[in-house]
Design a protein around this ligand. Structure first.
Ligand SMILES: [Zn+2]
Ligand SMILES: [Zn+2]
Length: 258
């Protein structure tokens, strides 16, 4: 694995990498190398923002601490995305994979600003031929009709209706990372269960109302377009983290993991 562009020395991403490179960030399991102890989500774009960050309608979440740095969705306004990334000293050139959940403007609009020739872009099969061609001229395009393994601990659900979600294996179970969950969160949770118990749900949940599905999870992190944000936050107050740009969520120890 080679890095084309490394973040500035001392930056957040640089610190994750140097810790990872020295060994304590991963462990050996019977099934192979698992980068589970340091896997962390950094919200780069959301309808809400922490002080010092900008909010905008859309979603972008960076997954760091694994063998590859993965960006899930890119928001709408690429300049806003870059400004939020700049505040965290994250260089777009350090992103190995970009996974786009579905072809809605608030999830793909920022793509040109973070694309580079070394990136792999994983899109659901609902992307139009024209959009696929545009992306393929600037990066390596992967169309994910079926579930796809991105790297250790990170895979896609395959396309359901127009959308795909990301599954993160955190050691103790699966975390579902959703863009809008238009096909229904339950669909993505069912796919995740084929790989292990679901221990967390993160992302946009749109019109989701089946709150019972969230019962017993270690992490409930709704954001972006989630209409039932308040009911979810009050019912799951011990496990809920409402997303906001600038928020970091450590996935270690979920599901009784390492
Ligand atoms: Zn949508
Ligand atoms: Zn959306």
């Amino acid at each position: 694995m080679t890095r084309r562009v490394l973040p500035a020395r001392g930056s957040r991403l640089g610190r994750y990498r140097s810790r990872r490179a020295t060994g304590p960030g991963f462990r050996l399991r019977a099934t192979g190398w698992r980068y589970v102890r340091l896997m962390k989500l950094i919200v780069l774009y959301d309808n809400r923002a922490l002080p010092g960050f900008e909010a905008g309608w859309g979603l972008a979440v960076l997954i760091v601490g694994g063998p590859r740095t993965v960006l899930f969705d890119v928001g709408w306004d690429g300049d806003l995305l870059l400004r939020n990334m700049g505040r965290l000293e994250i260089d777009p050139g350090s992103i190995d994979d970009i996974v786009l959940s579905h072809p809605h403007w608030d999830h793909i609009g920022g793509l040109p600003q973070v694309l580079h020739q070394g990136a792999r872009v994983h899109v659901p099969s609902s992307f139009s031929p024209a959009l696929r061609r545009e992306i393929a001229t600037r990066a390596q395009l992967e169309v994910c009709g079926e579930p796809r393994h991105i790297c250790a601990g990170v895979s896609t659900t395959g396309t359901h209706d127009l959308e795909q979600a990301l599954l993160l294996d955190v050691g103790g179970g699966q975390v579902v990372l959703s863009g809008c969950a238009h096909p229904g969160l339950g669909v993505f949770m069912d796919v995740a269960r084929s790989s292990g118990p679901v221990v967390g749900v993160v992302g946009g949940l749109h019109g989701f109302t089946e709150l019972d599905l969230l019962e017993g999870l270690d992490l409930v992190a709704p954001g972006h377009c989630t209409r039932q944000l308040e009911p979810i936050a009050s019912r799951f107050d011990r496990t809920c983290r409402v997303l906001a740009a600038g928020l970091e969520i450590d996935l270690a120890h979920l599901g009784g993991g390492p």
